[in-house]
Write a protein that binds this ligand. Structure first.
Ligand SMILES: *[C@@H]1O[C@H](CO)[C@@H](O)[C@H](O)[C@H]1NC(C)=O
Ligand SMILES: *[C@@H]1O[C@H](CO)[C@@H](O)[C@H](O)[C@H]1NC(C)=O
Ligand SMILES: *[C@@H]1O[C@H](CO)[C@@H](O)[C@H](O)[C@H]1NC(C)=O
Ligand SMILES: *[C@@H]1O[C@H](CO)[C@@H](O)[C@H](O)[C@H]1NC(C)=O
Ligand SMILES: *[C@@H]1O[C@H](CO)[C@@H](O)[C@H](O)[C@H]1NC(C)=O
Ligand SMILES: *[C@@H]1O[C@H](CO)[C@@H](O)[C@H](O)[C@H]1NC(C)=O
Ligand SMILES: *[C@@H]1O[C@H](CO)[C@@H](O)[C@H](O)[C@H]1NC(C)=O
Ligand SMILES: *[C@@H]1O[C@H](CO)[C@@H](O)[C@H](O)[C@H]1NC(C)=O
Length: 468
């Protein structure tokens, strides 16, 4: 009875809600269609609440653990039964736990973070919970689940309607706030879109704060934004061969492996070439599958890994390459991530540095990139400290892993996304097509001619046959 009046009252507050109520089958159908398309995928779920002590620190949210729908309900039930009656669900188009680290001020620049309002909310919230990987099915039924638990129909709101709504702490309400991941044009960088979304989150939360309404909020996504790719190229190579059937399968050498008591650092590339003063040398065959490769100086511990490759007689001297990788814990994503801090080339007592901080990924994964280069192009992963640099480096099918290495094999690969992703191409082509239509239309409008004679009631009338 109370729920019914509450629902009626809330419906009056927004014009979009009744449409949704009349088509209860629509979200269900969308959910089912999407479920068929993306089963076995996971998205992160961030929960926070203005009430204290709703969640004990989750015991089983260690890396790689996938939260099932049953488990999710054990987290949600106490929060919904004991916690605030107003629940906010921020549903982003796409999100992966990787986004939090990639755009969350990964290099320690907090002011650069695309999630500053979210981080702030998590810091200030008396209770919060981050589930890095929740089974996609659990998320797809989340809205229905919350609806049943709260016995309130979901309201799609935006900032304007939220301010009109009169929320009441004792009347349950489920507010759905939809956040895009890619801008409609497809030309905006994900970071800018995420920053825009974070701004929306911040404004929604400050609205609730100003009205002094206790709430529980959840941020999650309809589908993951990235897919961890299984690059089992070192052992089987089957995945690669299926993808590249037109290319003759290249001879596959074992990766470089630095061992102390067990294999610790793995490094592989299809082609590893270095240039000094524009003179290129191919180091592939001198590096991979070589028994007596000089790894002197390499070291490994939980937080810093150093891979040191030394070649005598390269460009007339002894040349040493040093890869330094660091492992850090990120609170927002609740995960360890590694970064290739830098790459140094030592020769003749001088050192060339390359910034490689874009070579990064979750520590339990390896990092893979089709093309890693220092050459002067946009989107380079290796940036020389001094420009122009005497040294150049190119890796094809670069893959590295320095933490959580198990055996002589790489883990799943976190792939560097190409700049021109299919989404960007589609956006670009659509925009060009629209531009063409617009130009054509403008051209047509400009070439319209006014009549050279106008109706003059004193003179003879115009006969329309001349125009038609
Ligand atoms: C909230 O709802 C309860 C029960 O319907 C009512 O007694 C109370 O006055 C309402 N509070 C506000 C602030 O409207
Ligand atoms: C490292 O260890 C692996 C397995 O333990 C072994 O196959 C490999 O030869 C070792 N590599 C080096 C350079 O010692
Ligand atoms: C590596 O790339 C260089 C330059 O692109 C090429 O000359 C060389 O043959 C390649 N090496 C292998 C083993 O494919
Ligand atoms: C291996 O490299 C180190 C420098 O990193 C050098 O001092 C040493 O002589 C090299 N060893 C061999 C066998 O070439
Ligand atoms: C790991 O090694 C680096 C230097 O190689 C050192 O500074 C750091 O303290 C070490 N960390 C641990 C946990 O041993
Ligand atoms: C190192 O020094 C030797 C002799 O001075 C010179 O021939 C060679 O080109 C130098 N190489 C590099 C990489 O600096
Ligand atoms: C490396 O590059 C990143 C991004 O371009 C930058 O934020 C960082 O400060 C650079 N680090 C160094 C040591 O130059
Ligand atoms: C990864 O390595 C870290 C540090 O060595 C360890 O604490 C963690 O449990 C490992 N994670 C997995 C999933 O093996």
């Amino acid at each position: 009875m109370m729920a019914a009046t509450a629902a009626a009252r809330l419906r009056a507050g927004t014009r979009r809600a009744p449409a949704l109520c009349r088509m209860p089958w629509l979200p269900l159908m969308l959910v089912m269609a999407a479920a068929a398309a993306t089963s076995e995928q996971q998205v992160p779920l961030v929960l926070w609440s203005s009430d204290r002590g709703l969640w004990a620190p989750a015991a089983d949210t260690h890396e790689g653990h996938i939260t099932s729908d049953m488990q999710l309900s054990t987290y949600l039930d106490p929060a919904l039964e004991l916690g605030p009656r107003n629940v906010l669900l921020f549903l982003q188009d796409k999100l992966s736990i990787e986004d939090f680290t990639a755009y969350g001020g990964v290099f320690g620049n907090k002011q650069d973070s695309a999630f500053s309002n979210l981080e702030n909310a998590l810091d200030l919230a008396p209770s919060s919970l981050v589930l890095p990987a929740v089974d996609w099915y659990a998320i797809s039924t989340l809205t229905t689940y919350l609806q049943e638990k709260l016995r309130a129909s979901p309201l799609h709101v935006d900032l304007a309607t939220l301010q009109e709504l009169k929320l009441n702490a004792s009347i349950p309400a489920l507010l759905l706030i939809h956040l895009p991941y890619t801008a409609s044009s497809g030309l905006m960088a994900p970071k800018e879109v995420l920053m825009g979304n974070d701004e929306v989150i911040g404004q929604v939360l400050s609205t609730l704060k100003s009205e002094d309404i206790p709430y529980t909020a959840a941020l999650t996504a309809v589908r993951p934004s990235r897919v961890a790719r299984d690059v089992a190229m070192v052992t089987g190579g089957l995945g690669r061969q299926l993808l590249q059937r037109t290319v003759a399968p290249p001879a596959i050498n074992a990766p470089v492996s630095y061992n102390d008591t067990a294999p610790r650092i793995l490094f592989w590339a299809q082609n590893f070439s270095v240039a000094y003063r524009e003179h290129w040398e191919d180091l592939t065959s001198r590096t991979f599958g070589v028994q007596d490769l000089n790894l002197t100086g390499s070291s490994w511990n939980d937080s810093i890994a150093r891979l040191v490759l030394t070649y005598d007689s390269l460009f007339g001297t002894m040349v040493t390459f040093k890869f330094t990788l660091a492992n850090r814990f990120y609170r927002v994503s609740a995960r360890y991530w590694f970064t290739l801090e830098n790459l140094e080339i030592h020769s003749n007592g001088s050192v060339a540095y390359f910034n490689a901080s874009q070579v990064t990924g979750p520590s339990i994964y390896s990092f893979h990139c089709e093309h890693v280069s220092s050459e002067n192009e946009d989107g380079n992963l290796l940036v020389p400290d001094t420009q122009p640099s005497l040294w150049q480096m190119t890796f094809r099918d670069f893959q590295i892993q320095a933490f959580n290495v198990t055996g002589e094999q790489f883990s799943y690969a976190s792939d560097c996304a190409g700049f021109f992703s299919p989404g960007i191409w589609m956006g670009l082509l659509t925009s060009l097509f629209m531009l063409f239509i617009f130009t054509y239309g403008l051209h047509m409008i400009l070439s319209l001619k006014t009549m050279d004679r106008f109706d003059d009631h004193k003179g003879p009338t115009i006969t329309l046959t001349q125009i038609v």
